[in-house]
Write a new protein. Sequence first.
Length: 469
Amino acid sequence: MSRLQVPDAAVQRAWDWIKCNYDWLVRDVPGLGRFLGAGAPDYMWLFGCDSAYAVLGCLALGQHELAVETLDALRRVSWQANGESGRVIHEATPLGHVYHRGNVQETPQYVNAVWQTFLWTGDMDFLRRSYPFCRQGLLGWVMGERCAPGEALPRGSGMMEVEGLDLQMIDAAAYTAQALEALAGMAEAVGDAETAGRSRRLREAVCRRLDEAFWIEEEGMYGDLLATPGEIAPRLRALVERSVRSQYVDHARPDVRAAYAHLLARAEADPNPDARRPWLLKNWIVITPLEAGLAPAERASRVLARVESSEFTGPWGMYLNGIERAAAMSINTGVLAVAELNYGRPDEALARVRVLAETLERHMPGAVPEILPDGGCFLQAWSGYAIAWPVVSQVFGLQPRAHERTLLLRPRFPAGWPRASLRDVRVGTNRFDLEWDGAVLTVTSREPGWAVEAEGVPLHMTAGRQACE
């Protein structure tokens, strides 16, 4: 429903096509429900990770019902596969067969998606039926079963589908910290003060541990994972072996093999084989603390400067891995755009979004592919997160709390957008129109009784026809 008008033809066109992309990916399966499939032609079914990203695009575009239905279906199939653990599945076919019971980061990602969906829709019934599952999954499974006694960071596979990356991963840690704040908000909304307090205390512990454990000062980067030299060595040997047969290149890369071999030599020569420390393998997940807004500004600046270099980013987006530099995807390039906006860099973020938008004709007309510019699934649901979500939630800056009838605006307009508008944005039962003229943000509310505030720009409020009536 949301209508965008910006002085950038590629972004404008991608925005309109994403609405069609989402419609094409809707599945309606007896016994499973209506939901957004992950991608075509290969992955038209439910994924935990993909859905958590993709439903945020639904919210930005006004497709609130599809977001709720997708998260409901994912919760139902996860209950069936994983019992009362609250663990979110990774992958289920349209007939409900669960192929993978779920990586560690997918449960926190689900919690975050549920919270954002509630903030945008104000749907208390949805929150009440989702809350017990989210609480059990995050506190019981992630912070319980997946954490060693006295440890604040969960252990297990995260988003990188690489054998051996199953220790304490940076993406699982970052999304867990984010999800604990989300769970605290849910708990307050349903009147569970005890869980709200516990979640915030745990979040503080996770954030503190993440910052001290993963940061590598000499690199100016967060590491991918925490491991002892004894744990990382066999994993590095496997990466050295794999480097001669990468799935993305058709020839051996001596530079890749040398990079992994160098890390392996360091691990084998380490005089403290049982000391746990961070290791930088240069997978894209090293920017997830910035996506979650957890990194201090000075550290974020150092990370972004390096990530935007040719070491990590090529002509078609951010590489999946800065050592191999062989492939970029729409999801990690979109995550980079979100990270840039979190730290006040809208022009750099727009450059990333524009790269995605310029792939529309490369693989299938009207769709941003999975692997940029023209590989993998020709249609991918999480591309909606990569384009629509940063534009709405960060460029225009919408931070709604629909259940409280409030809207906070924290816009970050690029220098190249002297004028921009976003109309018919759904927040709860209301719709808003936003108009930026380069100096003032004019906001029109269709319903009366909403509190609207803006940070960083002058705000002018008007009332729509429905509000006047």
